[in-house]
Design a protein around this ligand. Structure first.
Ligand SMILES: Cc1cc2nc3c(=O)[nH]c(=O)nc-3n(C[C@H](O)[C@H](O)[C@H](O)COP(=O)(O)OP(=O)(O)OC[C@H]3O[C@@H](n4cnc5c(N)ncnc54)[C@H](O)[C@@H]3O)c2cc1C
Ligand SMILES: *[C@@H]1O[C@H](CO)[C@@H](O)[C@H](O)[C@H]1NC(C)=O
Ligand SMILES: *[C@@H]1O[C@H](CO)[C@@H](O)[C@H](O)[C@H]1NC(C)=O
Ligand SMILES: *[C@@H]1O[C@H](CO)[C@@H](O)[C@H](O)[C@H]1NC(C)=O
Ligand SMILES: *[C@@H]1O[C@H](CO)[C@@H](O)[C@H](O)[C@H]1NC(C)=O
Ligand SMILES: *[C@@H]1O[C@H](CO)[C@@H](O)[C@H](O)[C@H]1NC(C)=O
Ligand SMILES: *[C@@H]1O[C@H](CO)[C@@H](O)[C@H](O)[C@H]1NC(C)=O
Length: 511
């Protein structure tokens, strides 16, 4: 099998380059592929273009090939084939990387799409779930709930894949209560650069287990994660409040939101964010306070009262709904977005955007100067730009947060002591290409308004799930990994010395 596949790829790529040199005609691979049961799409072939589409249409890449293995052994065969041909290999799960790293981030990768490895099984006696990394978050929520009322903490967008999400964090409104998605991984099946298939856990290959939780794509292809799941809350409370406010009141509101984020009274059962958009009238900012409470619904009002009491009356009528677990997930996904994936929903799901992130320290508030500069940029430039933009201030820390309960060296993911993680995004007005060049400067300006107005001791970082391909190596080493970066390089040298898993922000082996 392995040899057959290697021959297939050598033959395919060889024919392609010869054909291109001779005439530019795309060769037919159908006869060769018919002899192999791994579905492979190579340039020029029907299906290649569709298979090489990124969620972020701003980035259009030409992979060497996209393969859809049906088993762990076939993943291993593909990795060995890529390694022997000297082609970098990249895993794709849900394809939602903001930098199209599921396609390798640059042309010429062998993409191993895990779509067929989408099993989701719960062991009823332990609550441990075995999840194939081709699974998407909405399908996972449904399948876990239907197998004994179980749940995991994770993001709200149903089509995000578990492979990238769990490998780089994984934040949902229940993460203060249960931790990041990755914090609940108890084991991983990993295909290494030499094709060997290993189980990584606290007791087996512990270095690899540490590295996978923060930087998996540099170390191997995870085919399955084992998670410790939770009993799903019975009556979650969804909430959403909106204000459209002029600049001075927006500055005040963001400061009040910061005070509330630091309040010792908030229990870990509540999760929320403040989303900022272009407002209703010229210069205004729309502030959306959104989240969920997972405790007894009778306690909800008293928890949010200290914040709502000091805010103006909402501009639009608030939405507060007590529902079942899956209905709560549907509300968070947004209107018209089904939880279960379908070929149609996957094909229609895209954006054309640029995203940056900032993690803010939990031991120091953001300065008044930074809040003022950020709000002023949104109020002025936010009305000038043609892009569709938003800024999210997501609460990761605060009283009782389980995300911060782990040491920053417990996993390769390092940004444990963050109060907020900010996501700052500008999309093309139609969410389709072309992407307006001014979008980069607009987003850079949002981030710079903060970073140039805080003292040196304000230790900010960046969130690797909001991956930013425009960070320099020096920046991303520090902002994503801090002091964990050195240990990652040592482990990389042991498990992938030749860099089979290489992409623009992969961990390099030591020289
Ligand atoms: C619409 C949208 C909503 C989002 N909402 C949230 C949110 O609420 N909370 C949050 O925390 N994040 C959120 N994110 C960010 C999201 O978590 C990341 O983009 C995530 O990395 C995407 O994972 P993926 O598997 O879909 O992407 P992919 O592009 O498939 O993969 C992302 C990276 O992980 C690697 N990778 C994927 N699978 C594997 C594997 N099996 N083994 C090894 N490496 C692998 C890829 O090679 C690539 O480098 C959102 C993103 C989008 C686009
Ligand atoms: C686990 O429990 C659920 C419901 O409680 C049941 O539907 C399912 O069949 C059980 N699975 C196994 C493997 O026993
Ligand atoms: C802080 O959170 C914990 C855990 O959720 C909770 O028990 C405690 O009551 C909170 N602190 C205060 C002062 O309310
Ligand atoms: C608040 O504003 C957001 C963003 O415009 C919108 O999606 C949401 O429906 C609004 N919610 C309420 C309760 O007004
Ligand atoms: C395109 O790819 C998606 C998966 O991303 C698949 O569901 C769909 O059927 C494909 N469409 C075509 C025309 O091949
Ligand atoms: C992690 O950090 C803690 C506290 O800073 C330290 O005691 C411990 O030795 C560190 N662990 C490793 C593996 O470096
Ligand atoms: C594959 O690589 C791993 C990690 O470096 C090593 O432990 C293992 O012995 C290698 N296997 C083979 C067959 O070379």
């Amino acid at each position: 099998m392995a040899n057959g596949l290697v021959r297939l790829l050598i033959y395919s790529l060889g024919v392609l380059s010869i054909a291109n040199r001779a005439s530019g005609d795309a060769p037919s691979f159908q006869s060769i592929l018919a002899n192999d049961n791994i579905e492979v799409h190579v340039a020029g072939q029907a299906g290649y273009q569709n298979a090489s589409r990124a969620f972020n249409l701003r980035l259009q890449l030409q992979p060497a090939a996209i393969a859809y293995p049906g088993s762990v052994e076939e993943v291993s065969d593909l990795v060995k084939a890529g390694a022997s041909l000297g082609i970098p290999v990249s895993a794709r799960s849900g394809g939602h990387s903001h930098a199209a790293y599921g396609l390798g981030g640059t042309d010429g990768h062998l993409v191993v799409d895990l779509a067929h490895l989408n099993d989701i099984e719960v062991d009823n006696s332990t609550g441990i779930a075995m999840i194939g990394t081709g699974s998407r978050l909405g399908d996972i929520a449904i399948r876990l709930f239907n197998q004994g009322g179980r749940a995991l903490p994770h993001g709200v967008c149903p089509l995000v894949g578990i492979g990238g999400h769990a490998s780089h964090g994984g934040y949902g409104f229940n993460s203060r209560l249960w931790g990041l998605t990755m914090d609940n991984i108890i084991g991983a099946t990993v295909v290494l650069a030499n094709g060997s298939i290993v189980e990584a856990s606290a007791t087996q290959h512990p270095d690899l287990f540490w590295a996978v939780r923060g930087a998996a794509p540099s170390f191997g292809i995870v085919t399955h994660f084992q998670f410790q799941t939770f009993v799903a809350p019975t009556q979650p409370t969804y909430f959403s409040y909106n204000w459209s406010l002029p600049l001075d009141q927006s500055i005040e509101a963001i400061s009040l939101y910061q005070d509330f984020s630091f309040a010792p009274s908030i229990p870990k059962e509540i999760g929320f964010e403040l989303n900022l958009y272009k407002g209703v009238e010229q210069g205004e900012i729309l502030l959306n306070f959104l989240g969920s409470y997972y405790g007894n619904p009778d306690e909800y009002d008293a928890i949010v009262k200290p914040f709502l009491d000091v805010m103006p009356n909402p501009t639009f009528s608030p939405q507060v709904e007590v529902t079942t677990w899956l209905e709560n997930m549907e509300l968070l996904a947004g209107p018209g977005v089904p939880l279960a994936s379908t070929p149609t929903s996957i094909a229609a799901n895209h954006d054309s955007h640029y995203t940056k992130s900032l993690t803010t320290p939990s031991d120091m508030p953001m300065s008044q100067e930074a809040i003022t500069a950020l709000a002023s940029w949104m109020s002025a430039e936010g009305w000038r730009t043609k892009t569709y933009w938003f800024v999210q201030l997501e609460l990761y820390g605060g009283n009782g947060s389980q995300i911060d309960a782990m040491l920053s060296n417990a996993t390769a993911y390092a940004n444990r002591n963050a109060l907020w993680i900010l996501q700052l995004r500008a999309s093309s007005p139609t969410h389709l290409p072309p992407y307006p060049e001014e979008g980069f400067a607009f987003v850079d300006g949002l981030v710079n308004s903060i970073t140039t107005n805080v003292p040196d001791k304000y230790q900010y970082g960046a969130y690797p799930n909001y991956v930013d391909p425009r960070l320099t190596p020096k920046e991303w080493h520090k902002l994503y990994y801090g002091t964990n970066y050195r240990r990652l390089r040592k482990i990389k040298t042991q498990v992938d010395p030749n860099g089979v898993f290489t992409f623009p922000q992969s961990i390099p082996p030591l020289q």
